[in-house]
Design a protein around this ligand. Sequence first.
Ligand code: ZN
Length: 448
Amino acid sequence: MHRSHLPSALLLLVISVLAADLVPARTPLAESAAGPAAGGTTPPVAAIRCGRLLDVRTGTLTEGAVVIVRGERIESVLGPGGAVPAGAVVYDLSRRTVLPGLIDAHTHTFLQPGDYDVQLLKQSLPRRTLQAAASARALLLAGFTTIRDLETEGAMYGDAALRDAIADGVVPGPRMQVATRAISTTGNYALLGYAPEVIVPKGVQIADGPFEIRKAVREQISFGADWIKVYGDYRTFKPSGEIVDLRVTMTPEEMSALVDEAGRRHRPVAAHCYGDEAARQAIRAGVRSVEHGLFLDETTFRMMIDRSVYYCPTLAAYYKSWEATPTPAWKKVVDGHRESFQRALRMKVRIASGSDAGDFPPAEAASELELMVKYGMQPLRALQAATLVDAELLGWQDRIGSIEPGKLADLIAVDGNPLEEIGSLRRVRFVLKGGEVALDQDGAAAGR
Ligand SMILES: [Zn+2]
């Protein structure tokens, strides 16, 4: 989803957040005062002293727990008073609640709030890539240690480059799975509305017919796509926000070709669908997730349950649009979305957490969890959506999503108790990603 003409004050907000006084985003534990272990071959060890440690599987809070991190992985989780290994760097988070690093399963690091057409027409790809790197850093500092970035909105394969640069330590950011360009059919994605003789860029790769679509899938995978994103339907909004035209973009044959071709290369498919018709077609074709699902009924959710398809509602982007433009038409969108979400909740659909950040400043991505709770989800369930469920959606449940021995050391500390106040996720004070400190606002005890 994107929309136009957001006040530039939001962009200023992003910039001011980025300018906040934070530690350098890459502080290897090995460089602490404890120094590397003798011989330099043993990975550095850190001990995280937790005020409270949240077991996200059960909701249990353990006071005084200590997490031992060796290199990039969690070695053990000790109870209160557990012995800290000699030479470990100690991080004193005894005033904080520690929980797994959050996952956002629907972001657009290459999209900024503001005029969509201007971004595609007037901003160079290098400029957009630098902006995306800043967004990735903002997401990491907001506690999101992993994201699924669902298309670059016309910025080609920049997300694959950003993913790899982050993995190589060139720039700070979450670990990423990326969708590259996304696919829709002629007439069914912006930029639209220009004179036919004027050649304008498109926010997605346009492909028609099974053969073109298979070729587009192959191209995207060859240039680094971890996911294929498809537009199952597409809408045009009136300036008031009302959906004036919601149409299914592909024939069943086209959708099946897309999912089949992706599957041949073991790439899952994420389908943008607002309505039942597109969602059912996508589900029948075998997609792994349905994005947005503004207006989905029980039959569609039943199909999703039967086929283990995830629902990634992205409540935040639409809610914020309504807040910014509180017209009756936007209210209809938000009301329908809330009813769909509550239907899915009652039916126990697998609900993932993704915010559509990019439409709004990435530093606010945790507002997705606040909305899920506002609409009736238990705080623990919302936290599970943004950790355990999202990890499964990404196929990384063996390495992220919980604080358990053997998993990557992705953890955050917040000021407050998110089980009682989900808004405490806005007060992230410490971020550890793969054993490296990304944020340490307390200046907690490094090297002591
Ligand atoms: Zn989106």
